[in-house]
Design a protein around this ligand. Sequence first.
Ligand code: FAD
Length: 360
Amino acid sequence: MLVLVELDEHGVAPGSLEALAWAHPIARELGEPLHAAVFASGTIPPAAPGDPLVDLSLRAELARHEVSTVHTITHPELADYSPERWGESLAQLIAGLRPTAVVAAGTERGTETMAQAAARADLPLAVNCTELERSGAPGAEGPDGPDGRSWRLARIRQGGMLLEDAELTAPIAIVTLAPGAAESTAAPNAAAEPADVPEMQSDVPAVAVERFEPEFGDRFVASRLVGRTTRDGGVSLATARVVVSGGRGVGSADGFGPLEELAKLTGGAVGCSRVVTNNGWRPHSDQVGQTGTKVNPDLYIACGISGATQHWVGCMSSKAILAINTDPDAPMVKRATYAVIGDVADIVPAVVDEIHRRAQ
Ligand SMILES: Cc1cc2nc3c(=O)[nH]c(=O)nc-3n(C[C@H](O)[C@H](O)[C@H](O)COP(=O)(O)OP(=O)(O)OC[C@H]3O[C@@H](n4cnc5c(N)ncnc54)[C@H](O)[C@@H]3O)c2cc1C
């Protein structure tokens, strides 16, 4: 079984930690080793001695998730992200490895890469899955021929309004994990059973590293990165543990000042509803919901947001929701874990003042 592992500046990206945590019990159930694929472009810190491709902390993280082998995909054309090149690389790796299943986080990049890879490998793709298990006997014949395998899966559809049970028949199951559908914990006994994974140098985590160099023909068509804009610090909306989100009730772009301060004090990110982006108060990248980002923080603070279905599907996976609203009957208030009935322009500055007071 193969997991596409995305990296960020801290190592394995949060969505990929979830994908690893989700995949290893499935691999164990199948009695198969867990492999990881990483694109060794830019983000991987340099070399451990004798192992020039994957740094030690990354290997330790992968070992904690029972990964036995990491395939580092390297090519001069992969210095930057390119959906076509990533997809083609993954398709070539899949063709060589023939894993039973390939799993990626349902991030934008994970989904895009898996769609590219599946199309190039002529395999079906199931996105936003929450469950995956083999439903036929190993080696059983499926409609796709002797290699066809049957899988039962559950996946989230229609912006989160429908949980679908589905049957997938394919020689290799290509799936993405719905964001927030798994806890990003390490395997419980991974550290206790180092003998399960191949032995490496004593000071190097026991994960085998294999370099994979894809081939791109001269006429390979791919999009190319032409510029980069950096966010000024802070955490991303999709991975923030606290999201302070504002709706029409915030009143104006300036009304977001106290929300930004609260997000800063809680180490969180600012989100918003579509009314807010339609009004030009915040950029679309801040929008939470069906046509925005799906978030799953520990705490979602919904300020002056009614809780329309299209917004709710973007925040319903939050562990706790605090609604601040003047209307006690607003759907967001009814569904929230906690609610404060009042004017957002009074409540949020009061919370900010209280945090400052307690910090003194
Ligand atoms: C196809 C489609 C896709 C969509 N996708 C999205 C999406 O991705 N994300 C999204 O958010 N929406 C989306 N929408 C829009 C969605 O249906 C709602 O219109 C939108 O979420 C409402 O935004 P809101 O809660 O800010 O505004 P409103 O629904 O107008 O609610 C404002 C809330 O603020 C409260 N309020 C007013 N003043 C104050 C105050 N001073 N203090 C405290 N509370 C106050 C009110 O009681 C009310 O509950 C989509 C719609 C469609 C049709």
